[in-house]
Write a protein that binds this ligand. Structure first.
Ligand SMILES: *Cc1c(COP(=O)(O)O)cnc(C)c1O
Length: 397
């Protein structure tokens, strides 16, 4: 997945444009810029890639999730349904707004289980945050139908799935709002950065103002701006956007390499009868950022994960034992270790975490291994890796 592996002249040229005129900020300073508006240009490129009406760049993927929810009016005391398997950013972004993350089980897509979502809906539910984990997607039709029936927002966190699609539509562009990250390990990178995408004019205007102190961005050179509402600073800088502008132009190449490398590994592993793969909904195409596979049980998965490390097969993750991506080890959330007081409403709202079990999520994540697909691997290197992985798995069964 990482764009950081392929960084070169194109990125340097875009960054140098910014360094040459010295305007590091994305807004204002119109007369000094020599026509360089890197953030605006990147928003346009992303808009045509996603075929979506509006793109708002922000400072990170985590900021994108917070801004998306805020733009749609999610705030104090509202419940947001999210999966047990994601990155910690999901609940951080919800709690920052004073809202309550309601964690529910995933299914064999490794994304939200529609039945678990439906069972978790209450009067307070405002949004469903569908995390398109590891380059694939949840059951889009079932989840969309639930949101329509219950009048809930569907927010897609597609931070790990740029380039994936469902029935021809880009992942991230299907829900009411979509969120992307361009941090250093994502498929394309700005160093740090993120984006909110939407076809809704009001959400876009809200995201635009909210991510820059509530400024309305009316007129040139920031002269006549007013503040229709309160905001924060989640701006991206021109330097970061410049890197992204080079990377988005290379994205089709990156996706091609990802798919080639993924396919070689998958075809090799598919020869082992005990290995199975996640379900990808019909009509869905993964971004191929990760290859996820299931082993028969936890014990074998732990053994394989350990043996992979021993044998130099890196970037394969057993998320069940990892602290970043799965509820089992999120003690800081379960124990509510906060630097500052948390509202009683949120505390009460999170009490379910003391007792709730997630057996269905465990049954998938315990057996899952997720291999990052690198762009820098040559075809020969991927084939050698595939052989080693097959040997290691067979010896561990
Ligand atoms: C990376 C990531 C984020 C957060 O993005 P940052 O840019 O690192 O803040 C959010 N959600 C998911 C699923 C991610 O993988």
């Amino acid at each position: 997945m990482p764009g950081f592996e392929l960084f070169g002249d194109l990125e340097r040229k875009e960054v140098n444009d910014v360094l040459d005129n010295g305007v590091l900020m994305r807004y204002g300073f119109d007369g000094m810029r020599n026509g360089h508006w890197k953030a605006k240009a990147l928003e346009e490129e992303l808009g045509s890639f996603f075929k979506t009406k509006h793109v708002q760049l922000v400072s990170s993927g985590t900021a994108a999730v917070s801004v998306a929810l805020a733009a749609a009016g999610v705030g104090a005391g509202d419940e947001v349904i999210m999966p047990t398997f994601t990155f910690v950013a999901s609940f951080e972004a919800i709690m920052m707004l004073g809202a309550i993350p309601v964690l529910v089980d995933i299914d064999d897509t490794l994304a939200l289980d529609p039945k678990a979502v439906e069972a978790a809906i209450t009067r307070k539910t405002k949004a469903v945050m569908l995390v398109q984990m590891c380059g694939s997607m949840g059951d889009m039709e079932a989840l969309q139908a639930i949101c329509d029936t219950h009048n809930l927002l569907l927010v897609e966190d597609a931070c790990q799935a740029i380039g994936g699609s469902y029935k021809g539509k880009a992942l991230g562009s299907i829900g009411d709002l979509g969120c992307f990250s361009f941090d250093f390990v994502k498929t394309i990178t700005c160093g740090e950065g993120g984006a909110v995408i939407t076809n809704n004019n009001d959400y876009y205007t809200n995201a635009d103002h909210y991510s820059d102190h509530g400024h309305d961005h009316v007129g040139n050179d920031r002269g006549a701006e007013t503040h229709p509402f309160l905001g924060y600073n989640f701006r991206i800088s021109e330097l970061h956007a410049a890197v992204g502008l080079a990377q988005i132009k290379r994205l089709p190449d990156f996706l091609g390499i990802q798919k080639r490398n993924y396919t070689i590994l998958r075809e090799a592993l598919a020869e082992i009868p005990e290995v199975t793969f996640r379900t990808v909904p019909e009509g869905g195409e993964e971004s191929y950022a990760f290859l996820n596979f299931f082993l028969p049980d936890l014990e074998i998965a732990r053994k394989v994960s350990g043996e992979f490390k021993e044998n130099g097969i890196d970037v394969c993750f057993h998320y069940y034992d990892n602290t970043w991506h799965y509820i089992r080890k999120w003690d800081h959330l379960k124990d509510l270790k906060s630097l500052f007081p948390i509202s009683t409403e949120v505390k009460e709202g999170l009490k379910y975490l003391e007792t709730k079990t997630f057996n269905q999520s465990d049954s998938y994540i315990a057996r899952n291994i997720s291999c990052l697909i690198k762009l820098s691997w040559t075809e020969e290197q991927v084939k050698a890796r595939a052989n080693k992985m097959v040997e290691t798995i067979k010896a561990s069964l």
